[in-house]
Design a protein around this ligand. Structure first.
Ligand SMILES: [Zn+2]
Ligand SMILES: [Zn+2]
Length: 152
């Protein structure tokens, strides 16, 4: 997980450099913390972790940084949990379809262009112009299903 978090941060640094965006130490550290967690992390948990490392950090600072990372497609916000996960495919701007395990809380990203297009087309029949799609799917991940099967 540590090596993976480092890869995610390196990739983000390259993406920001290419886009002419500043990848400040705070942006880097917050992305690193989310990547290392390997599960959804809330803004206040991040604020507390940062506070322990570098002294008090104001919540708006954390939210601004999360908005930046989200805007760059480097993380996804999980609205139902008010928490954040790193994006699995940050190279291109995209909508998010997230599979959220209700047992262990892990999140998998399942890119689904067909579903997005379907929503966009249906919304258009109501005259609605879609700007962003974020689909959150609740269920049980394969690890937790395996565990449940062996426990039974
Ligand atoms: Zn993504
Ligand atoms: Zn699970």
């Amino acid at each position: 997980m540590e090596a993976e978090a480092a890869n995610i941060v390196d990739r983000a640094a390259r993406i920001c450099a290419r886009r002419g965006e500043r990848f400040t130490p705070l942006r880097r550290r917050i992305l690193e913390l989310i990547a290392a967690a390997g599960r959804p992390v809330g803004a206040y948990e991040l604020k507390d972790q940062l506070g322990a490392e570098r002294g008090p950090v104001a919540p708006p600072t954390v939210y601004r940084t999360l908005d930046f990372l989200d805007g760059q497609g480097l993380i996804h916000r999980i609205h139902s949990k008010n928490a954040y996960v790193v994006c699995a495919q940050a190279e291109a701007a995209h909508s998010a379809e997230l599979l959220i395990c209700r047992a262990c809380g892990r999140v998998a990203e399942l890119p689904c262009k067909a579903l997005e297009q379907h929503l966009i087309d249906h919304a258009a029949t109501l005259g609605f112009a879609v700007e962003a799609v974020c689909v959150e799917v609740a269920g049980i991940c394969s690890d937790c299903r395996d565990k449940a099967a062996t426990a039974a």
